[in-house]
Design a protein around this ligand. Sequence first.
Ligand code: KG4
Ligand code: ZN
Length: 402
Amino acid sequence: MPGNGLILAIESSCDETAAAVVQRGSRTLSSVVASQIATHARYGGVVPELASREHLRAIVPVVRAALVQANITLADLDAVAVTSGPGLAGALLVGIIYAKALAYAQNIPLIAVNHLEGHIHAVLLNERGATGEANGSNLDDEPALALVVSGGHTHLYLARPTHGTWHYTLVGRTVDDAAGEAYDKVAKLLGLGYPGGPWIDALALHGNPHAIPFAFSQIKTKLHLGGKPPRTKAAKTAPIAALDPHFLFSFSGIKTAVLRYVELHNLRPEAEARREALFTGPDAPASPTIEAALATCDPQTLDLIASFQCAVVGDLLKKTFAAQQSVGPARILVTGGVAANRELRARFTAEAERRHLPIAFPTLALSTDNAAMIAAAAWPRFQAGHFAPADLSADPSLALGY
Ligand code: KG4
Ligand code: ZN
């Protein structure tokens, strides 16, 4: 049934191999995600070589499962969409090459999608799904201030639709680590699992968030750059000097502050014992639970976890709402893996209510990496005839909206 607006999307930018079929950017017929968490967990982070190998293994069965669950065949598709960046080069290439081959074999267009745009469209997909409309509801006519907060990114965008096509202006971003990266590093330091976000999210409920007053100082752009291009991995992907310093984030400082606290209070032996009991030791359970982790944490560690999260969420909240006020769109979208966080959702929702601003998050499944969001972002491009060139390649530092 070509002509029905069926897009198959493939996402392989980091540690999830994902495929989805979405109709007209609004109706999700299938969304399959094969996670590599088990592969990377023992290293406490993503190992790029292992990620590529796992994508190679998973890509064919994942795409097949997405087609089967959608109850369609390749012949029914109108286009294939794929994440072309940013992400790990080798990981991206697996998806791109497979998507290219499928599009070529079916003689249908290939659409390249920026992963960050995908995260923004995860929220729009939810909203369109809820109203059952694509481009019909006025959601697609409304600009938004979008916070994309994940393991690789902490970016603020002004997202504006004009005649169904979205335009993005970068408003703020991290100058060093992403918020999710800080979660992952702090979790690793405390002997918790990978990815760290869900562990810290759950354990923070049991600590006092005001026990340790972690603070974020104002970032001074010129001071930070020192007149030279930034050297950090995150900073290379988009310009910082041109942005308002009030909307810049920095999460490497709090990571170091947590490290200092751990050293000062001699919490390292406890963290090592926790890692062994939960993950690496001979008696470690196959899938450790939050309850098991909680049993290994004393009140001081729980206070540290709660205080870390409270500070990170507070900083994200303060700068996001300041940017909204300064840039002016009448609503806020929060998306990316860290948007799954309970404290973040609760505090952002309360602040938006206080300011009488609409705010939207994706469902939990659409917060972390998936391919349905890539298919949703591809839909306006499909309608506008913005197709990828035959020589499309991976762009690990692809930027969105200068
Ligand atoms: O969007 P995502 O799946 O991948 C990237 O594009 O990076 O985000 C993964 C990140 C990881 O850093 C993970 O620790 C974080 O999202 N994360 C969370 C939660 N769930 C995932 N952070 C805080 N709270 C959570 N509940
Ligand atoms: Zn992501």
